[in-house]
Ligand binder design. Structure first.
Ligand SMILES: Nc1nc2c(ncn2[C@@H]2O[C@H](COP(=O)(O)OP(=O)(O)OP(=O)(O)O)[C@@H](O)[C@H]2O)c(=O)[nH]1
Ligand SMILES: [Mg+2]
Length: 406
């Protein structure tokens, strides 16, 4: 049976009503995705934050009367462990914060070994910070909907065992990452440019991925439909092949435990040559979404990456784009604007390329096909002695073919 949740929207000092409403409507979707059902909604404007209970004392009393048959309270903000505990004591039912709900969804959606490890690590870090020396059992403090968590037996483990588990997970993640690092090195050997699709959750990254590469990635009108990165090949008009990576969506108040744990996943983004920032132009809050994405990129140290803004869902009636210059307007689901986007990708990916004139021996057809694959060929002339090639090449290749250079 679905657990009934009473949601509490929060307007922090300095933030606006529409900000609170947008965040709250996201929380409704988050709770739904996570398998809960919304039984009611309360709102509070906080003039100051009560260090003990986060909410004001009057509000706590008021909510208490209105709990009805709700089985949990979900506060649309991040609570400290003490606030969480005090509130749950005051209400007599379990209290979750926004972070707990997001972590829960990630736990549900993790598919790969690495995803599972990362989520468990994030959950344990979150819960470890919530363990107190007061003998409260873990299960009472469980920060998730239903009975899911990073594993059954762990509900009873004490701090020491959590620490052991955390260091075990770190070790496992290290192994998985080393393995991936090897893969990446292999890929770097043949320098195919990588483009990462990033953006707010539900903006249409996976739909665009499918439109560009016929990848058949899961598309859902849900938050965090994609968790594990998928990489596919795509051929540009110039004939060049690039790799396109679909990534996990961002959201406001993304739990820092997740950002930490998913750092490795974002390393893929870090290693890409270009970011394509997919924006849902039909969402009236899209400017705010862009800010959130930029902030997370900053947190990950990725602000300097070349980035192309792509305004998606332009088939919709209302478009809320204020500053669209340098961006590309598309509809991923209707596949409009795809040519313009592909051309822009081609142009932007030439940055970092070097002009090269080569004289290749006829016996070296493999090199010529590699150049076709990863470079931009201006012209090729098959002579008697050799093949003359004039092309833009990734720097690495220029070095490798130095001996053929004219
Ligand atoms: N009208 C319209 N809807 C679109 C378009 N592109 C995507 N959508 C819809 O937007 C919703 C989310 O699409 P996804 O591709 O799953 O979005 P995502 O960015 O991958 O989302 P997460 O993986 O959850 O972060 C789906 O219901 C899509 O059908 C578009 O161009 N126009
Ligand atoms: Mg997706």
């Amino acid at each position: 049976m679905k657990e009934k949740a009473l949601l509490i929207g929060i307007r922090r000092p300095g933030s606006t009503v529409s900000e609170m409403e947008a965040s709250l409507s996201e929380l409704i979707r988050l709770v739904d995705t996570s398998g809960g059902v919304v039984a009611g909604i309360a709102k509070q404007e906080l003039k100051t934050i009560n260090p003990a209970t986060f909410l004001g004392t009057g509000k706590v009393e008021n909510i208490k009367i209105n709990i009805g048959d709700a089985q949990m309270i979900v506060v649309d903000d991040e609570l400290t462990p003490a606030q969480n505990r005090n509130l749950s004591e005051a209400f007599g039912i379990k209290v979750l914060d926004r972070t707990a709900v997001i972590l829960d969804i990630f736990a549900r959606r993790a598919r790969t070994r690495e995803g599972e490890l990362q989520v468990e690590l994030a959950q344990l870090n979150y819960r470890a910070s919530r363990l107190t020396g007061r003998g409260l059992s873990f299960s009472q403090q469980a920060g998730y909907i239903g009975n899911r968590g990073p594993g059954e037996t762990k509900l009873e483990v004490d701090r020491r065992r959590i620490r052991e588990r955390i260091s075990f997970l770190r070790g496992e993640l290290k192994k998985v990452r080393m393995h991936r690092e090897l893969h990446r090195r292999k890929r770097e050997n043949v320098p195919i440019p990588v483009v990462s699709l990033i953006g707010y959750t539900n903006s249409g990254k996976s739909t665009l991925m499918n439109a560009l590469t016929s990848a058949n990635v899961l598309v859902e009108d849900k938050l965090f439909a994609t968790l594990d990165p998928t990489v596919r090949r795509m051929r540009l008009k110039s004939g060049r092949i690039i790799l396109v990576a679909d990534t996990v969506g961002f959201i406001r108040k993304l739990p820092h435990q997740l950002v930490e744990s998913f750092r490795a996943t974002f390393e893929e983004v870090e290693n890409s040559d270009l970011l394509v920032h997919v924006i849902d132009a039909s969402d009236s809050m899209c400017a705010r979404h862009v800010e959130v994405v930029d902030a997370v990129l900053g947190e990950l140290g990725l602000s300097d990456k070349p980035c192309l803004k792509v305004f998606n869902k332009c088939d919709c009636k209302n478009i809320y784009v204020k500053d669209g210059k340098d961006g590309v307007f598309i509809s991923a689901s209707k596949k409009t604007g795809m040519d313009g986007l592909a051309k822009k990708l081609d142009d932007m990916l030439v940055i970092g390329f070097k002009h090269a004139r080569l004289n290749l021996p006829h016996s070296n057809g493999a090199i010529l096909s590699e150049i076709y694959r990863v470079g931009r060929v201006n012209f090729v002339k098959h002579g008697k002695q050799s093949i003359a090639v004039n092309a833009e090449l990734p720097e690495k290749l220029v070095g490798r073919y130095k001996k053929y250079s004219i």
